[in-house]
Design a protein around this ligand. Structure first.
Ligand code: FAD
Length: 515
């Protein structure tokens, strides 16, 4: 039986401990150190410090245990280790994630067969690849005036670097070959380059991947007014007099429910479960769950030509130790985001008499931007519940004819890129089942007016429900093809600053009233 003490009242409740919820905790710890903060996370703590990336766990048995503990309630389906390992028709989740058991596709629609979530302290960012590219062209949110400064801040919070793989011996060669095929006519920002990654090298050379632990940082961990409650489900956001006033939290260890009053509530519970919690709380703006968009993904592999056999270092040291991670940015003309990285650290045998130079097979992935449609949505009803007893997400999702054309163009482009870097492995690229990107956006989108096409304003505050903020990829209003976490953390920074500013103003007012 749990003996945990939940606070009865705090300044800010944050639901979800992924990188966007953690960004709120960090900015508030820095800018409003007087504020009391309770972070609620439905999943368990699986790493140390809490929220750390499981790839940093050296022991493979411990790592596997952390992954399984992140995979939520219900059936554990088949696992696929890398996106390229998924075969058509196989509903496999990536380690550390779990799929919707039902309601992922409906008759006559494409659905999102492998839409996935993670339930653990740190959210999906305990399992992610850490690619943190900036949005370009129409991916950018034109109405956010300080977007670049917010992205800089997101880089800081996520610990983004571009030099983690500078010692990878094949990286420069891959980029040189891609550049020759792609760069003509592009501005510097959209030329082939090293992928910005939420990762850094320790002094001893070991690679450390950023998770929510890095976003939280020491300042949050040492903040005596911050507390994280794992295995705690936010069941409902309370709304009183039209304003958010707290949450009802269920301690999953004891089953007890607690009411936590709060001046502000931030829901950062992923692109399916943020709308779920709002819906369950009776907060149902017209755009809630709508404009859902995933990035259709095409993958292929290529064998680098004429590579020297290296006196290799330890191939277990990491996935991309040979060729790093390279980036072909999105442009409006080429509406795909390209990620090129080593496929496997160990040589893949092609034929007995054809030895493969270790690290010389690279995987290419192109993510496609989707047409935005209000009908693409995650919906809820009173009848279906998920493994936590919350309203179950039901996905309605269709690719448009234009979306299919973009995927077809991506298939052609990926063959061109594979031929530019080496000799394609296999005769044709593979289009992954929808939902594979793990980048779901739009379901709580930001907008400039409360006109039924958005859920929140530019500060992520929900229209019509003051003091309720939403965070995560669902807030991104544009159709991005690039990995979205940097952008959603940037948007979270703006919301957190707004809350910090209000709390600071109120504190001054209280002090001067009592003086
Ligand atoms: P999440 O990280 O999903 O965290 C949400 C948290 O909320 C979860 O822990 C969940 O348990 C909790 N929660 C939900 N409902 C409740 C509730 N009612 N009460 C309490 N808690 C609740 N993105 C990139 O940008 N680049 C990449 O290279 C990349 N690679 C990826 C590779 C993999 C294998 C995976 C799994 C993901 C990848 N992603 C990548 C996606 C990235 O991890 C997510 O975009 C990011 O974690 C989203 O952050 P978030 O804070 O919005 O949500």
């Amino acid at each position: 039986m749990s003996t945990r003490q939940y606070p009865t009242s705090v300044d800010v409740v944050i639901v979800g401990s992924g990188p966007t919820g953690s960004a709120y905790a960090r900015i508030l710890s820095e800018r409003a150190p007087e504020a009391t903060i309770a972070m609620l996370e439905v999943g368990p703590t699986v790493s140390n410090p809490p929220g750390a990336h499981v790839k940093n766990i050296a022991d493979p048995v411990e790592r596997a245990r952390a992954q399984v503990a992140s995979e939520g309630p219900g059936e554990r389906g088949e696992k696929v280790a890398s996106p390229g390992a998924a075969k058509a028709g196989v509903r496999g989740a990536r380690p550390g994630t779990f799929l919707l058991e039902e309601g992922y596709a409906f008759e006559g629609e494409d659905g999102l067969p492998v839409v996935a979530m993670s339930s653990n302290v740190g959210g999906m960012a305990a399992h992610w690849t850490g690619a943190c590219p900036r949005p370009n062209d129409s991916e950018r949110i034109a109405f956010v005036p300080d977007l670049d400064e917010l992205l800089d801040e997101a880089d800081r919070l996520l610990g983004v670097t571009t030099n983690a793989f500078d010692s990878a011996p094949f990286g420069a060669i891959v980029r040189e070959r891609l550049s020759a095929a792609v760069d003509e006519g592009r501005v510097d920002a959209t030329k082939v380059q090293r992928m910005p990654l939420a990762a850094h090298r320790r002094d001893d050379g070991r690679l450390v991947w950023s998770g929510s632990d890095v976003v939280l940082g020491e300042v949050t961990r040492e903040n005596p007014r911050f507390a994280l409650f794992d295995e705690t489900l936010a069941v409902r956001v309370l709304v009183e007099g039209g304003r958010a006033s707290g949450v009802v939290a269920r301690d999953l260890r004891s089953g007890d429910e607690h009411t936590i009053a709060a001046r502000f509530v931030v829901v950062a519970a992923d692109a399916l479960r943020t709308p779920q919690l709002l819906w369950a709380s009776g907060v149902r703006p017209e755009a809630l769950g709508r404009y859902l968009n995933d990035q259709a993904q095409v993958v292929f592999a290529s064998r680098l030509r004429n590579m020297p056999l290296l006196d290799t270092h330890d191939p277990t040291a990491g996935l991309a130790e040979y060729s790093g991670v390279s980036w072909v940015p999105f442009t409006d003309d080429m509406p795909f985001h390209g990620q090129i990285m080593q496929l496997d650290a160990s040589p893949i045998p092609l034929a007995d008499d054809d030895p493969v130079v270790p690290g010389s097979i690279v995987g290419l992935g192109l993510f496609c931007a989707k047409d935005l449609r209000a009908d693409d949505r995650v919906a809820f009803d009173a009848e279906h519940v998920d493994g936590y007893g919350m309203p179950a997400p039901r996905i309605h999702y269709r690719l448009t004819d234009h979306d299919r054309e973009v995927v077809e163009r991506a298939r052609q482009e990926i063959v061109r890129l594979a031929e530019a870097v080496g000799d394609p492995v296999g005769d044709r690229p593979f289009t992954l089942p929808l939902g594979s990107s793990l980048h779901y956006q739009g379901s709580t989108r930001m907008g400039v007016a409360d006109d039924g096409t958005s859920v929140c304003d530019i500060d992520s505050e929900v229209w019509g429900v003051p003091d309720l903020f939403v965070a995560g990829n669902g807030v991104i209003p544009t159709a991005t093809a690039c990995n979205p976490t940097l952008t959603s953390v940037a948007l979270a920074v703006r919301g957190a600053r707004k809350i910090a500013a209000v709390l600071a103003r109120e504190q001054v007012a209280t002090k001067s009233a009592s003086a």
